[in-house]
Design a protein around this ligand. Sequence first.
Ligand SMILES: NC(=O)C1=CN([C@@H]2O[C@H](COP(=O)(O)OP(=O)(O)OC[C@H]3O[C@@H](n4cnc5c(N)ncnc54)[C@H](OP(=O)(O)O)[C@@H]3O)[C@@H](O)[C@H]2O)C=CC1
Ligand SMILES: O=C(O)C1=N[C@H](C(=O)O)C[C@H](O)C1
Length: 259
Amino acid sequence: MRIGIAGITGRVGRLLVEEVQAAGVALAGGTTRTPDRAAGLPPACPLFDDIAALAEVCDVVIDFTHADTVVANARALAGTKAAWVLGTTGLSAQQNESVLKAAEHVAVVHAANFSPGVTLVQRLARMMGQALPAQVYDAEIVEMHHRQKVDAPSGTALAIGQAVALGRGVDLDAVRESGRDGHTGPRREGAIGFAALRGGQIVGEHDVLFTSADEQITLSHRAFDRRIFATGAVRAALWVKGREAGLYSMEDVLGLPPL
Ligand SMILES: NC(=O)C1=CN([C@@H]2O[C@H](COP(=O)(O)OP(=O)(O)OC[C@H]3O[C@@H](n4cnc5c(N)ncnc54)[C@H](OP(=O)(O)O)[C@@H]3O)[C@@H](O)[C@H]2O)C=CC1
Ligand SMILES: O=C(O)C1=N[C@H](C(=O)O)C[C@H](O)C1
């Protein structure tokens, strides 16, 4: 088993190096556009500027980079035998489409959040979306992250929103309200609201609130250490090796029964 890391110099990339080694798996190398940022990586770790070249020497590529890489990475990996564990967030509709296309050719595990806890929160959010009528319970999602984060709302917040929308049987894009400001008018019935906060070194905080006139139910998740994403992604990589082409989720990796 050989794992490669796209974005190996990044915050998550560097933790992935440690977690791949801790799992006793061969680290095949990583991609970087800036090899001078490679200080601190294992001395023998091969570096590539091209994900296709990395994929040639891997069974699985774990990719935590930037949304701008996704279309090119999807095309490159579709032409190889390596599976793709994709954690990058902030994807446009077209970038998401390219992930689906790649999954016709290779196995892809795509998750906005590789922590087991968030995977369960998503499932609970879907169940609550189904059980709590939208006419009575207002759903709002609040997230907070470190000041370096470049996309908002977080991929996790959007995935939780998707789960609520799925539970309610609605299209998230049709009911989404993000970043309210100014004379917004009253809250639209059935809206799913998002608020994104940024500051300091917060690893990742997500709350989903269902509020009626009479009660409030809140699901909360706090990531205390970014390592939780790296251990989850390595777990996904070990799980996906040798699987047939298709799009898989962290629910599949954890073996949760279908809802
Ligand atoms: N799914 C999950 O569980 C999680 C997902 N994430 C997501 O993973 C991604 C990476 O997060 P994080 O490690 O914190 O980010 P960093 O910015 O620390 O790392 C990203 C790395 O990607 C590389 N890169 C390649 N192409 C680009 C580009 N076009 N623009 C910017 N960087 C590029 C950079 O390396 P170089 O300069 O060497 O090329 C950079 O070091 C984000 O989308 C984030 O939201 C984060 C945590 C958990
Ligand atoms: O950029 C981050 O840091 C994180 N990104 C992911 C997201 O957008 O949901 C996951 C996690 O919350 C950390």
